[in-house]
Ligand binder design. Structure first.
Ligand SMILES: *Cc1c(COP(=O)(O)O)cnc(C)c1O
Length: 266
């Protein structure tokens, strides 16, 4: 295995340690234990909650160690970054999930390799995805993103617009709607974060009556995944708790994100 893995630069070692595969495997185990405990606390089975590891900003050669640690689902926020990594890791059997905003002119790159998309938030995008998928004779699992925090973020449907949106999804038969996705309020105060999760859950309950595919909740990240599970999350998207802190500011991925008054966007 070691020969398959490239040597580590001093920067790699500073960020990921001398033995990234061991570190990732240990972190993964800890996160899975925390997921299991949160699931049991809320009367659910640990195996009913899926962990989607988020690999953004982790370089491709380091992701080989993640794969060696048993991680095969990679969640990426930006399509270009995902494409670059996918090219470099084409020899590995990885499932790529795109979890961030997508521009309609990039759709063709997504449909070529991604197995799911968590940030569907416009009819234009649904149309374009469906058209591309039709050409390629493929289907795609999608989650509809809702803005539950009331922040100015450009991304995600307003809660009031969700049900009319769901009613139109059958027009795009290549999309397989699976559930709803949200980014909660950016705060370390979980009492401010939980209402976002509760709102998504109640929207899911309403949406499920209009589209039988809308069953899952994709919510919760490193800072709040246990609270998300307690509020009903089926999929948690976790990056930093597995791969360590990111060097980039979060606003790069979530433009328009306004931290709560007492927070910094590190
Ligand atoms: C980066 C990201 C996550 C994971 O955030 P962490 O703090 O690394 O756990 C989850 N969801 C989306 C959409 C992201 O871009």
């Amino acid at each position: 295995m070691d020969q398959l893995l490239s040597s580590l630069s001093p920067e790699d070692i500073a960020r990921f340690g001398e033995t990234p595969a061991i570190r990732f495997a240990e972190n993964l185990q800890l996160v899975q234990q925390r997921i299991a405990a949160a699931a049991l606390r809320s009367g659910r089975k640990p195996e009913d909650v899926r962990l989607l590891p988020v690999t953004k900003t982790v370089p491709a050669h380091i992701l080989r160690y993640a794969f060696a640690a048993g991680i095969t689902d990679f969640g990426e926020n930006k399509l270009q970054e995902a494409r670059d990594k996918r090219e470099k890791l084409d020899d590995l059997a990885i499932n790529w999930s795109i979890i961030g905003h997508l521009q309609t002119n990039k759709v063709k790159y997504l449909t070529r390799f991604a197995t799911e998309f968590h940030a569907l938030d416009s009819i234009r995008l649904a149309e374009e995805l469906n058209r591309r998928l039709e050409n390629e004779n493929k289907d795609l699992d999608v989650f509809v993103q809702v803005n539950t925090s009331g922040e100015e973020s450009k991304y995600g449907l307003h809660p009031d617009d969700l049900l009319p949106f769901i009613e139109r999804l059958p027009d795009y038969p290549r999309l397989r709607p699976r559930g709803l996705m949200t980014l909660a309020l950016f705060s370390s105060d979980l009492d401010k974060v939980r209402p976002c999760f509760r709102l998504l859950r109640s929207l899911r309950d309403q949406a499920a009556q209009r589209h039988s595919g809308i069953t899952k909740l994709s919510m919760g990240m490193s800072g709040d995944f246990e609270a998300a599970i307690e509020e009903g999350a089926d999929i948690v998207r976790v990056g930093q708790a597995i791969f360590g802190a990111r060097p980039t500011a979060d606003v790069y991925y979530w433009p328009g994100l306004i931290p709560a008054p007492d927070e910094k966007t590190a």
